[in-house]
Design a protein around this ligand. Structure first.
Ligand code: 13P
Ligand code: SF4
Length: 336
C-alpha cells in the first residue's frame, strides 16, 4: 500500500483523486463510518449525489443548507460530497478546518462558464452596479462579488438591494432571467453562463409527458431555461422542490432537475411517483457528470488519507467570504 500511496499522491493532481486499489470485499460504509468517528469528521452531501452517498451523510441539503452547516459545525474535518465550489465555500466559511473533496475534478459547468479574468473586464463596464453571484462560482469570482446567493435565497438577496440600484448577476443567465421576471428589476445585467444539466430539457418531450400524465405536477429548478420554467406548476431550489413534493396533495410529479434528487423525494414520499423530465438527447438520465464523480471508494480513500484537500490563498478567503457572509445574514433575516 505504501508504494501505491506514494504513486497515487504523485498523480493526484492529474487524476483529481487518490487512485488506489481496494479490497473488493471491504465494507466501505462501515469503514467510512469508523473513520468519520475517529477523525471527528462531518460528511456533507448535496441532493444530487448518488443515493448510497446520501444515505451515509450526516447532512443532506441544498447549497444554502450545506453552507450553513459548514459555517456552524464543530467537527474538525469537513468531507464534502458535492462539487468543487461547494467545498471551497465550506473552506472559506471554516478556514481553520480541514476540508476534503473526494475528487478535485468534480467541477461545475456554471462555475466554469465565468472565468474571473473575463468577469473582471465585464464588471468594469458597469462600475456603479452591485455584483450578485450565484454560489455556483469559483472562490476567486466570489472575491469580485458583493453578495452571493443560492436558488433558495436569490429573490431575498436581489430585493435587499435598493430598487434603483443597477445589479450585475452572474454566472447563471437562466436563474438571472427568472429573478428579473420575479422582481421586475430591469436594471439587472446578466452574465451569459448556464448549467449543462438544466439546459438540456426537451420542451417537446416534456409536453408529451404532461399530456400522458395529466394528473402529474410539473416542477422545475430555476436553472432551467425560460421556456421550460413557463410550463412549470412550481419552481424552486432543490430543498424547495423536495418539500413541495412532500407537502402537495398530488401523487405524481415530473421533475426537471438533476436525477439524484429523486432519492430524497422517494424516501420522504414512498407512495408517490416521480418521473424525471426528459432531456433533449438520446440519454434518458439527467445526471450531473461532476456530481457523479464522487463514489464510496473515493470517499473512503479521501477520509483515510485526508486527501485531496481544498487549499485556498488567505486573501481569497478573507475577501471572498464577505460575499458569503452577507448572503447568510440576509437568509437569517428572512428566516431561511
Ligand atoms: P440548490 O441545491 O441550491 O438548489 O442548487 C442546485 C445546484 O445546481 C447545485 O449545483
Ligand atoms: Fe454545476 Fe449544474 Fe452540476 Fe449543479 S448540476 S454542479 S450547476 S453542472
Amino acid at each position: 500500500m505504501t508504494t501505491q500511496l506514494a504513486s497515487a499522491k504523485e498523480t493526484l493532481n492529474r487524476k483529481g483523486y487518490l487512485d488506489i486499489d481496494l479490497d473488493p470485499s471491504m465494507d466501505l460504509i462501515e469503514e467510512i463510518n469508523k473513520l468519520k468517528k475517529e477523525k471527528n469528521a462531518i460528511l456533507l452531501a448535496h441532493y444530487y449525489q448518488d443515493s448510497e452517498i446520501q444515505d451515509i451523510a450526516d447532512y443532506i441539503g441544498d447549497s444554502l443548507g450545506l453552507s450553513q452547516q459548514a459555517a456552524s459545525t464543530d467537527a474538525d474535518m469537513i468531507v464534502f460530497a458535492g462539487v468543487h465550489f461547494m467545498a471551497e465555500t465550506a473552506k472559506m466559511l471554516s478556514p481553520s478546518k480541514k476540508v476534503l473533496l473526494p475528487d478535485l475534478k468534480a467541477g461545475c459547468s456554471l462555475a466554469d462558464s465565468c472565468p474571473p479574468h473575463l468577469f473582471k473586464k465585464f464588471k468594469e463596464k458597469y462600475p456603479d452596479h452591485v455584483v450578485i453571484s450565484y454560489i455556483n462560482c469559483t472562490a476567486e469570482l466570489k472575491t469580485l462579488t458583493d453578495i452571493c446567493c443560492t436558488s433558495t435565497n436569490a429573490q431575498h438577496v436581489v430585493e435587499s438591494v435598493p430598487k434603483d440600484q443597477g445589479i450585475i448577476f452572474a454566472p447563471d443567465k437562466n436563474l438571472g432571467a427568472y429573478l428579473k421576471k420575479q422582481t421586475g428589476r430591469d436594471n439587472m445585467v446578466l452574465w451569459n453562463g448556464a448549467c449543462m444539466v438544466h439546459e438540456i430539457f426537451s420542451h417537446e418531450k416534456i409536453t408529451k409527458l404532461m399530456m400522458r400524465h395529466p394528473d402529474a405536477k410539473f416542477i422545475a429548478h430555476p436553472e432551467c431555461e425560460a421556456h421550460i420554467l413557463d410550463k412549470a406548476d412550481f419552481i424552486a431550489s432543490t430543498s424547495g422542490l423536495v418539500k413541495y413534493t412532500e407537502e402537495n396533495e398530488a401523487t405524481k410529479f415530473i421533475v426537471a432537475t438533476e436525477s439524484g434528487i429523486l432519492h430524497e423525494m422517494e424516501k420522504r414520499s414512498p407512495n408517490k411517483t416521480f418521473i424525471p423530465a426528459p432531456p433533449n438527447n438520446t440519454c434518458a438520465c439527467n445526471d450531473c457528470p461532476h456530481m457523479k464523480r464522487n463514489t464510496l471508494e473515493k470517499l473512503y480513500l479521501c477520509l483515510k488519507y485526508e486527501l485531496p484537500e481544498i487549499i485556498l490563498e488567505d486573501w481569497v478567503i478573507e475577501k471572498g467570504v464577505k460575499s458569503i457572509n452577507r448572503m447568510l445574514e440576509i437568509s437569517k433575516k428572512a428566516g431561511l
